[in-house]
Design a protein around this ligand. Structure first.
Ligand SMILES: CC(=O)N[C@H]1[C@@H](OP(=O)(O)O)O[C@H](CO)[C@@H](O)[C@@H]1O
Length: 507
């Protein structure tokens, strides 16, 4: 273990000696913990991090000047549209995606290092149960979609296939996520195919460029953003692991979208057939101020302008047909070839510019008292996962339907949108639509017919409650054999057991 004098010398070089100012008061345990936290902070990198944070904060007052003049929407040839294409084209994309999955060339990678601050939970967001009848958590839904997509690809191609699941966690989420997966027997996935790894943490910094102590024996650290992915891939030799498994294509996604289609064969197939090295799923923005990044071109180069960095005037711009000009909302579902990830981690990562987030960071004052600030007092520096798009040789975007693929769980119930109720409703509305399309009708508790509404208002509850296990259907496929011509009593849960029963009735 590093000694106090080594660490003190390091901190001196970094200009951050104040981090040891309570040393004399600390007992041996907290002293050891503090040294263990400080020792890995490389002095030059720490000095640079603190300097850059303060400088970036001083500069960062709103969107970059002249942004509007430098932006353009993506040219149409870079955008595929699941909704507008003919069924044959869609079928070709899907077929290609399944082929790649069956060849074991596709992996999924979950970004799950966030702290869930807006949602207001102290545990990883993936463990959240939005109140579905089955009480499944986001992690369970995702695990089951992996199992189903493996099964569908396997059936088509007569193989046994695996979609490895890489999960990037952080100091906050690694322990509880690992425990949760063990407690749930990895949701019947083979643990060898679930790879948890950890992103780096960076100190939060004051506006004067001083790293913050959150306790006398602990630096205030925060994950380095979802763009910390690229360092973490390198730190944990994840690309080597992918290579050993023969993975060529990676679907990266963030944890909070209840409708996420893991390893979506249509998206994968589209990207592969386009020869893309990098791709992003988008939905039409719901309203100008919606907190989603915009996929567009800056100085002719494809990239995402994050919602926190776009000005309102640009976000409100409309074309002659009345639709938003910057309409391609990023849903944090990205496609990368392994080759592209290799180039990024090897050559481009240091070129990614961190973004500044100004937050309220609890700290200890000079007297050693804990202070919960009322105003933002600290800078957290984060990299963004999509900041690698400008390095792509062939970037494509793929527009999908919001009601089928995007309902993020960002906020606590008290917020008006993107909260547990809206996520639950989106999933149940989707399953209700799938059941109607498969030929089912719903009855209430007294046996009276409920209306069959194929079109639901965006935030309305469906007339009947129907939840379909991802193990039975991944994206609405194959339901006719269970549901055609049936009258189902709400609430109705179609899980594997129920599916077996309905199949038997059919015979
Ligand atoms: C850095 C990053 O990936 N930001 C993403 C991400 O936003 P968060 O507010 O960080 O969850 O998810 C949004 C979609 O839910 C997407 O629109 C946005 O661009």
């Amino acid at each position: 273990m590093a000694s106090e004098s080594d660490v003190r010398a390091q901190l001196q070089r970094a200009g951050q000696e104040h981090l040891l100012r309570f040393w004399a008061e600390l007992a041996p345990g907290p002293r050891a913990a503090l040294l263990a936290e400080l020792a890995p902070l490389e002095p030059d990198a720490l000095r640079e991090h603190c300097r850059r944070a303060a400088a970036a904060w001083a500069r960062a007052s709103g969107p970059p000047p002249g942004l509007a003049a430098r932006l353009q929407p993506l040219p149409p040839e870079r955008v595929g549209r699941a909704r507008l294409c003919d069924p044959e084209t869609r079928r070709r994309w899907e077929e290609e995606g399944f082929r790649q999955i069956a060849l074991n060339k596709v992996a999924v990678l979950l970004l799950a290092g966030g702290q869930g601050t807006r949602l207001g939970v102290t545990y990883p967001k993936g463990m959240y149960d939005v109140g579905l009848p089955s009480q499944k958590t986001l992690y369970q839904l995702q695990a089951e979609r992996i199992r189903r997509v493996e099964q569908l690809a396997g059936e088509r191609h007569g193989t046994h296939c695996t979609v490895p699941w890489y999960i990037m966690t952080s100091e906050f989420t690694l322990g509880p996520t690992a425990k949760f997966f063990k407690e749930h027997d990895f949701f019947h996935l083979d643990p060898a195919n679930v790879v948890l790894f950890e992103q780096r943490m960076l100190p939060a910094v004051t506006f004067e460029g001083r790293a913050i102590l959150e306790r006398k024996d602990k630096v205030a650290m925060a994950p380095d953003g979802n763009g910390g992915l690229y360092c973490a891939l390198e730190d944990h030799r994840i690309l080597q692991d992918m290579e050993l498994r023969g993975v060529e294509f990676v679907h990266v996604y963030c944890v909070d979208n209840i409708l996420v289609r893991l390893a979506d064969p249509v998206f994968i197939g589209f990207c592969v057939l386009q020869g893309a090295d990098c791709g992003a799923k988008v939905v039409e923005k719901a309203y100008p101020e919606e907190p989603v990044g915009v996929v567009c071109q800056l100085d002719g180069v494809p990239q995402v302008v994050e919602y926190s960095e776009i000005n309102s005037e640009v976000a409100h711009l409309r074309g002659t047909d009345g639709s938003l000009i910057y309409n391609a909302g990023n849903i944090c579902n990205h496609f990368f070839t392994r080759d592209f990830l290799q180039t990024i981690t090897r050559d481009c990562e240091p070129l990614l510019q961190p973004h500044v987030a100004v937050k309220k960071v609890p700290y200890v004052d000079e007297g050693g008292n804990l202070v919960m600030p009322l105003k933002p007092n600290g800078i957290k520096m984060e990299k963004f996962v999509f900041d690698v798009f400008p390095f792509a040789r062939n970037f494509v975007a793929f527009e999908v339907l919001r009601e089928e693929e995007f309902s993020p769980l960002k906020n606590a119930e008290a917020a008006s949108r993107d909260n547990p109720s809206s996520a639950r409703r989106a999933l149940l509305a989707q399953h209700y639509r799938w059941a109607l399309q498969a030929g089912a009708r719903f009855l209430d508790a007294h046996g009276a017919q409920l209306p069959a509404l194929s079109c639901l208002p965006p935030d309305g509850d469906p007339p009947a409650i129907c939840e379909i296990s991802p193990l039975v259907s991944y994206s609405g496929e194959g339901l006719e054999m269970y549901l055609q011509g049936r009258e189902l009593q709400s609430p109705f849960i179609l899980d594997e057991e129920q599916a077996r029963v309905l199949r038997l009735l059919e015979m």
